[in-house]
Design a binder for this molecule. Structure first.
Ligand SMILES: Nc1ncnc2c1ncn2[C@@H]1O[C@H](COP(=O)(O)OP(=O)(O)O)[C@@H](O)[C@H]1O
Ligand SMILES: [Mg+2]
Length: 211
């Protein structure tokens, strides 16, 4: 059985990392092989790109930012995601291509068609089987992010207007393999809803194999 590729996406503070970890634990508990990754990152090269991307001292042009992100994605897809899927594993990624459309197209205003084509080059055409978007209002994400006490990274220091454009993109994102979840619900409710969606959308992977 080929693996399945599940992505959790949304703005900073939406609860992506929390949900991705809970989903991975749940799938593992069901006895299925799972691999958890986050973007940008997940390989030595991608982690180096991540460090540049998040460093507040990096002055990057929008195109340079895009290429660093896509360099990281290409490395992660080639070295980790594709081999895991070929091996029948379930891959859970914290962010993927929708984040690029949200931050680099809606946020940075890079031309959409060009970014889509460049992304396709980076992914080799690999698409998620399911993308769960956690919807939260801008003020909720800012409040949660502030409450963690961690210093803001380069992208988090962008203007409120930038954050609004990113948020608007995620809220409006539609597709056959995209499902929106209410990220303002408590973590256990978000997890329950996500698990229901995963079982409904990928039954041949989870319900059947896990019994
Ligand atoms: N559903 C939720 N309700 C309330 N707080 C949450 C929820 N999910 C996560 N959090 C908290 O909000 C903060 C950001 O969550 P995190 O999972 O790191 O978000 P992201 O990875 O999307 O930036 C953390 O302190 C986390 O504990
Ligand atoms: Mg996170």
């Amino acid at each position: 059985v080929p693996g399945r590729f599940i992505v959790v996406d949304g703005v900073d503070g939406a609860g992506k990392s929390t949900l991705a970890a809970a989903l991975a634990a749940r799938i593992e508990a069901a006895g299925l092989p799972v691999v958890q990754v986050r973007e940008p990152g997940g390989t030595p090269i991608a982690e180096r790109a991540r460090a540049i991307l998040l460093d507040t001292r990096s002055a990057l042009t929008p195109a340079s930012e895009l290429f660093l992100l896509l360099a990281a994605r290409s490395d992660l897809v080639g070295r980790v995601i594709e081999p895991a899927l070929a091996d029948g594993r379930i891959v859970i990624s914290d962010r993927f291509e929708l984040s690029t459309m949200a931050y680099q197209v809606s946020g940075r205003r890079l031309p959409r068609a060009t970014v889509v084509a460049a992304n396709r080059l980076a992914t080799g055409g690999l698409r998620p089987d399911l993308t769960l978007i956690l919807d939260v209002p801008v003020d909720v994400s800012r409040r949660r992010r502030a409450a963690t006490g961690k210093p803001l990274d380069r992208l988090e220091l962008e203007s409120v207007d930038f954050a609004r454009r990113v948020n608007r993109f995620f809220r409006a994102a539609k597709g056959r393999r995209i499902v929106h979840l209410d990220g303002t619900l408590p973590p256990d409710r978000v997890m329950t809803e996500a698990w229901d969606v995963v079982n409904a959308r990928l039954p041949e992977t989870l319900s059947v194999r896990a019994g």
